[in-house]
Design a binder for this molecule. Structure first.
Ligand SMILES: [Zn+2]
Length: 50
């Protein structure tokens, strides 16, 4: 299970493997991550520009 790059909590991916380009949202802090690699699964934190 991938972990949040913001708060290090595990991010559930449900039953299906996420695909490249999918957005996973941390259930703990709400940070958004884009899937940049499927195998191994790698996430990239999406930082909102303000
Ligand atoms: Zn988080």
């Amino acid at each position: 299970m991938p972990s949040c790059q913001e708060c290090n909590s595990p991010i559930p991916t449900e039953d299906e493997m996420p695909e490249i380009g999918d957005i996973l949202i941390c259930p703990t802090c709400g940070a958004e991550h884009e899937v940049i690699s499927e195998d191994p699964l790698q996430l990239e934190l999406i930082e909102e520009e303000k």
